[in-house]
Write a protein that binds this ligand. Structure first.
Ligand SMILES: Nc1ncnc2c1ncn2[C@@H]1O[C@H](COP(=O)(O)OP(=O)(O)O)[C@@H](O)[C@H]1O
Ligand SMILES: [Mg+2]
Length: 370
């Protein structure tokens, strides 16, 4: 390990920009990025194609130099230092790729052994380390198989074992599951979690799939056009996405909020006013319904869903409220105020006043502001 400062972040970007020049054209791949990835976390970075994700990864392992700004790896600058220093720092960073990047002419064991050879390990030590790594990734029986004889998931497990060979403190996974089917994706993500929890390796997971973030990331940064538009704990991003790109990503996996077209259909089908209400551990569906019932309006749940993430509940339900204007207004006002939390130790989110907004599509929306 080269990182000596245990209090330092695993990765720290300060005002990092990266501008590519192609002929006379300038293209800003990353613009003024500030970022702290803590040691021991699984940090997700999500964005659409071209958002700047791979550029971010290539800056972390110094395959690219920033146009401006500074980058620290475990407290050590990786920018503005000599090539030999960069090589030294890079030894503490493992990398996993979308297309696995295995040597086809080498066995699984041979691929995993390769970085140990490069690092000058003795033969007996290499063999022992390779056996240990194969065991860790569950491929002891595939030691002598060639990549062409392995499934996609097995290839990626070899890729992960190879990346871990020299015990890096930081692992970068750029679209590591994007070439895999959903089931195999789950298998690889579970392995990444094991790497993080059992070996204490900090992992940066780069993806365009919100399901991947949901499965593994402790925190997530949303990149759009080279800028971080949102950075928060994964739960909070799912429960209350703020930036427009974040909302789009969340909607790809959660279908608990009706879109404009669905609202139109619901509006035609049900009498009364449509209201979409967020629910969580403090205010569950039961409490929302009790408010409607107390006010004496007729109500129907017409859309919604409740999910669990990191052991916390969140979701949203859409109600059709049918009654006098006064009664319906009363329910909406009560929902907007939120409900007193059941426990005294209120979270700031639960204690905060609510905001009510009428969305452009005409449905009313109560969302407590954090
Ligand atoms: N070497 C390069 N030369 C010129 N433009 C580049 C280079 N690498 C990346 N870009 C541009 O920077 C932007 C971000 O690219 P990239 O980081 O690969 O995005 P992502 O991984 O999110 O798809 C894209 O518009 C891409 O075309
Ligand atoms: Mg990319």
């Amino acid at each position: 390990m080269t990182g000596t400062d245990s209090a330092a972040a695993a990765v720290e970007f300060t005002s990092v920009s990266k501008v590519f020049r192609v002929g006379k054209q300038e293209h800003t791949a990353l613009a003024d990025v500030d970022l702290r990835i803590e040691k021991g976390e699984i940090f997700g970075v999500i964005g659409y194609s071209g958002a700047g994700k791979s550029t971010l990864v290539r800056l972390i392992n110094a395959l690219e130099k920033p146009t401006s700004g500074t980058i620290l790896i475990s407290g050590d600058p990786i920018t503005g230092v000599s090539e030999s220093r960069v090589r030294q720092l890079r030894r503490d960073i493992g990398m996993v790729f979308q297309q696995f990047n295995l040597f086809r002419s080498r066995t699984a064991a041979g691929n995993i052994e390769y970085p140990l050879k490069v690092a000058g390990w003795k033969r007996a030590e290499r063999k022992a380390r390779v056996a240990e790594l194969l065991e860790f990734v569950g491929l002891s029986d595939k030691a002598t198989s060639y990549p062409d004889q392995l499934s996609g998931g097995q290839k990626q497990r070899v890729g992960i074992a190879r990346a871990l060979a020299t015990s890096p403190a930081l692992l970068l996974a750029d679209e590591a599951t994007s070439a895999l089917d959903p089931e195999t994706t789950g298998e690889v993500l579970r392995l990444l979690k094991k790497v993080n929890r059992e070996l204490g390796v900090t992992i940066v997971v780069i993806t365009h799939e919100m399901d991947v973030i949901r499965s593994v990331a402790d925190r997530v940064a949303v990149l759009a056009e080279g800028r971080i538009v949102e950075l928060a704990y994964t739960f909070d991003v799912f429960a209350a996405p703020r930036a427009a790109p974040t909302r789009s990503f969340v909607e790809t996996v959660l279908h608990n909020r009706p879109d404009a077209k669905e609202l139109e259909r619901l509006g035609a089908k049900y009498p009364g006013r449509l209201v979409t209400v967020d629910v969580d551990d403090e205010r569950g569906v039961g409490k929302v319904l009790a408010i409607a019932a107390r006010a004496g309006v007729n109500f129907e749940i017409v859309y919604g869903g409740v999910s669990t993430l990191q052991d916390k509940t969140f979701g949203s339900i859409t109600l059709a409220l049918d009654g006098t204007t006064e009664a319906v207004d009363g329910v909406i006002a009560a929902l907007a105020q939120g409900v007193a939390p059941a426990v005294a130790a209120a979270t700031p989110a639960a204690a905060a006043p609510a905001a009510t907004s009428t969305t452009a599509d005409g449905s009313e929306n109560t969302r407590r502001t954090a």
